[in-house]
Write a protein that binds this ligand. Structure first.
Ligand SMILES: [Ca+2]
Ligand SMILES: [Ca+2]
Ligand SMILES: [Ca+2]
Length: 233
């Protein structure tokens, strides 16, 4: 170890964020759930056959994790297109989606539209969406905090939608490659030593596996509780 290092395991140094998104052939990126004082269904805000999260765009599919800062219930939302009432006209569109490896405790809370997004097994969901001048997609909630999981999301854009994005809590959207599955990752434990030669701890500003958040301090009442185990707002 060199001065200033808390640890150094050489090639074993690893970054294991609490949440990540990856695609085949691309490096995993750490992400954070979109934090709002809303349940996944409230944030989806399904009216006039559409979502109203503010992420909607014509021709774009958005994927993201979301957390209700009142309850810390975790959700997953997948939304394509835009409500004509919100501005912009979504041309006739269709896409299919398959979610694999969803923890069994999860619930389907929005199907946009009814019957187009369904649970197909204990751990799988499928969407077959067609829409025009509005959005299609859906929402799950009660993804577990106390288990590690990897949810694989495959989309097939048939028409009217061509761009795919992961909406991070901060820092703008992450462009996803539409022809590849995206994997959403949650970890319940940190690495022994990070590539920056620091032992992961609550309050260091990076949300390591096992933490729900890390706002760079160990005091509560701000964006993250003092023990990094509750996302606040
Ligand atoms: Ca719709
Ligand atoms: Ca940390
Ligand atoms: Ca804090």
């Amino acid at each position: 170890m060199d001065p200033g290092e808390g640890c150094d395991l050489g090639l074993e140094n690893r970054l294991l964020p609490a949440f990540g998104v990856s695609q085949a052939g691309l490096a995993e990126l750490p992400v954070a759930p979109v934090a709002r004082p809303r349940s996944a269904a409230e944030f989806y805000d399904y009216t006039s056959a559409s979502a109203h999260t503010s992420f909607e765009e014509v021709g774009v599919c958005n994927l993201f994790l979301q957390v209700d800062t009142r309850t810390n219930v975790l959700g997953l939302l997948l939304i394509a297109g835009r409500d004509a009432l919100g501005g912009g006209s979504q041309p006739e569109a269709a896409f299919d989606g398959v979610l694999r490896g969803v923890p069994p405790s999860s619930r389907l809370v929005v199907s946009d539209d009814p019957g187009e997004f369904t649970r197909t097994s204990l751990s799988d969901y499928a969407g077959r969406w067609s829409f025009n001048d509005n959005t299609d997609g859906g929402a799950l909630d009660t993804l577990p905090w106390d288990a590690s999981w990897r949810i694989t999301v495959e989309v097939t854009f048939l028409r009217g939608v061509s761009a795919w994005r992961y909406q991070n809590n901060a820092g703008g959207p992450i462009r996803l490659e539409p022809s590849r599955a995206a994997v959403l990752i949650h970890r319940t434990g940190p690495s022994a030593c990070r590539p920056d030669c620091q032992v992961p701890r609550c309050g260091d500003g990076f949300t390591d596996g096992g933490e729900r958040c890390d706002d760079g301090n160990t005091v509560g009442g701000d964006a993250c509780a003092g023990d990094c185990q509750r996302i606040l707002r």
